[in-house]
Design a protein. Structure first.
Length: 279
């Protein structure tokens, strides 16, 4: 068994490189615009799965190494830094309704588009801080880069949704021949057009969540030392909330989950702050 394990120790690095490949392809797709943004989002989702699996496989095979740690950070910089920046750049171009070459645009439009680079800048800073901070094993300081990347990647997927995409509607229509509620349809269109299709939301959202990555706000991790509910109530309750939200709202749930994660972490930090008695 040990011989088989030793021969498979290349697997974590291979999975990490797959994540980097997905991030690179996602960048190419995002820069092509339109439908490419959707494909780029799926590639980032797959990269996030690889990011989880490489660490899991490394622990399973006892193949953790300094090389793997550095490789993982470089891969994350591509998949969760460069790729979401390219998606945000494409989303902002669509919101501004500009089609010309970058250098031919107005100075105000160029400034807004350059602001998308906040994501990659803050991502690499976040990853560098994480690498030299031993306290971030079972907790984080600042928003994790995959969370910010998934938030950005969810936007093109939400924009591409139609009422028939909802699983609940499909089941209700099959069982009861029910139509999708008109108000829900209008809400979906409102989210697509007036929220994620507006530069007035995209720009502050980009800057806020980018800066959130480099703050020292303590945020809880989904890693667990044990699987007992008593020791991991917050993690289990949050996972239950996330799963239910994804089932009901699908891609719309992703921004809601990330926002809830930030709010819960902030409230938890305030509660812990009040528990610390002054000397």
């Amino acid at each position: 068994m040990s011989r088989i394990t030793s021969k498979l120790k290349f697997l974590p690095s291979m999975i990490t490189c797959t994540s980097a490949l997905c991030g690179t392809l996602a960048t190419f797709m995002a820069l092509s615009g339109d439908k490419g943004l959707v494909y780029a989002s799926y590639l980032i989702l797959f990269a996030s799965v690889c990011d989880f699996c490489d660490g899991f496989v490394a622990r399973l095979l006892h193949a953790q190494s300094e090389l793997g740690k550095q490789l993982d950070s470089l891969s994350d910089a591509i998949s969760f830094g460069v790729a979401p920046t390219a998606i945000m750049f494409g989303l902002m171009r669509q919101a501004l309704r500009v089609n010309g070459a970058f250098w031919t645009l107005d100075s105000s439009q160029i400034f807004i588009l350059v602001c998308s680079c906040f994501i990659v800048i803050c991502s690499v800073l976040r990853l560098a801080k994480f690498n030299i901070d031993p306290e971030q094993t079972y907790g984080f300081k600042g928003l994790p880069t995959p969370a910010c990347a998934l938030l950005v990647a969810s936007i093109p997927l939400i924009d591409a949704m139609v009422p028939e995409d909802f699983w609940i509607y499909t089941v209700a229509h099959a069982l009861f021949n029910a139509d999708f509620p008109f108000k829900a349809t209008m809400a979906l269109i409102g989210i697509q057009v007036f929220a994620f299709g507006s530069i007035k939301l995209l720009l502050p959202m980009c800057i806020f969540f980018s800066l959130l990555m480099v703050t020292n706000l303590p945020m809880f991790s989904l890693k667990m030392k044990s699987y007992k509910y008593r020791d991991n109530r917050l993690v289990y309750n949050f996972l239950i909330f996330a799963v239910i939200s994804l089932i009901v709202l699908q891609w719309i749930a992703v921004p809601l989950i990330i926002f809830a994660y930030v709010v819960v972490s902030f409230v938890r930090w305030l509660v812990n702050l009040r528990k610390v008695k002054p000397e």
